[in-house]
Design a protein around this ligand. Structure first.
Ligand code: BJW
Ligand code: ZN
Length: 268
């Protein structure tokens, strides 16, 4: 059909847009792919540097940190630097507008880069939105944030965005209370997700008529289960991803394009 985007050859876009408009309750589940067009590398696609040499399952674990804290910090410090140089892309901004326009939208993200939160602040500023607070509380980060640390001994957490000197174990940040090593305040494999945040995500997924899944391979649980909770409660999935994912077979609509192009057209 003339006018169709190359990623919408089967014409799913108008139907998905109508489903989104009509839905009572939307839960959005995002992964690394939503930040790809901002220049943030994803986890499981071909990359460079430490991404190419190690799988996330090898570095994002408490065992890896105990074995080689310096290497793990090197990976996180590199990612912090990369994210600092990035800005929200049209996908983050479209989702921020959706959050500001509709109170029945919850955004559950696996990302630790803070780009959804930055996009929300930017959109709220642009509209001179006086009360973006409510929208802010509907952004649920499941896997923590790059810009906080917590003590690997006593668990004390604090904001920490400065570069880390990763030349040796002695130069890594340490807790001012117990002197144990501090680590990024993110969720590693084998660790529980923040309980209240996860509970809120599942509650939103259970009442949503649509789960909009964007840029995730859907391989990591319990995050991917947010989508299955919506399905099991009678809702439907819209997937935005240039490639098939573990959740694709269960999606009612599959939009096979980059999030930065698809989302601004899906959410109008
Ligand atoms: C684009 C694009 C563009 C590209 N536009 N798209 C059930 C079954 C099997 C296993 C388990 C299970 N339940 C639990 C487990 C174990 C484990 C797990 O899931 N393992 C599987 C890998 C097999 N889960 C856990 O261990 C979790 N904890 C837990 O279950 O605790 C239980 C417990 C309870 C009580 C006490 C103790 C324990 C924790 C999981 C933590 C995951 N952590 C990481 C690191 C976070 C910090 C950091 O960022 O460093 O989270 S790993 C990494 O994977 C990161 C991501 O958030 C996560 C998901 O990755 P994501 O976002 O999907 O990225 P990719 O790269 O995989 O995919 C990118 C996608 O984007 C691709 O599809 C591209 O096509 C697409 N894309 N460009 C749109 N422009
Ligand atoms: Zn401590």
């Amino acid at each position: 059909m003339p006018g169709r985007r190359p990623w919408d050859q089967d014409g799913a876009l108008p139907a998905a847009r109508a489903a989104l408009l009509e839905a009572r309750g939307i839960v959005v589940l995002t992964g690394a792919g939503v930040s790809a067009e901002s220049g943030v590398p994803t986890f499981r696609e071909p990359g460079s540097g430490l991404w190419a040499r190690y799988r996330p399952e090898e570095l994002a674990t408490p065992q890896a940190f105990a074995r080689d804290s310096r290497l793990v910090w090197e990976w996180y410090d590199m990612r912090r630097q990369a994210v600092r140089a990035c800005a929200p892309n049209p996908a983050h901004r479209a989702l921020a507008r959706l959050l500001l326009e509709r109170e029945d939208v919850t955004l559950v993200t696996q990302n630790v880069d803070g780009l959804h939160q930055r996009a929300l602040e930017d959109e709220a500023d642009e509209r001179a939105e006086t009360n973006p607070k409510d929208a802010r509380t509907r952004v649920l980060p499941l896997h923590g944030t790059l810009f906080r640390v917590k003590c690997s001994g006593c668990g004390r957490a604090r904001d920490h965005a400065e570069p880390v000197d990763t030349t040796s174990l002695a130069t890594l940040p340490r807790c001012s209370v117990c002197d144990d090593l501090e680590r990024p305040d993110v969720v590693w494999f084998g660790e529980p997700l923040p309980a209240v945040t996860l509970e809120r995500a599942f509650r939103a997924a259970g009442v949503a008529e649509i789960c909009l899944v964007v840029g995730t391979s859907g391989q990591v649980h319990p995050a991917a289960s947010v989508a299955t909770v919506t399905l099991e409660s009678g809702g439907r999935l819209i997937e935005v991803n240039p490639h098939p994912s573990a959740l694709s077979p269960r999606a009612a609509w599959r939009l096979r394009g980059p999030a930065g192009e698809v989302l601004p057209r899906l959410i109008r």
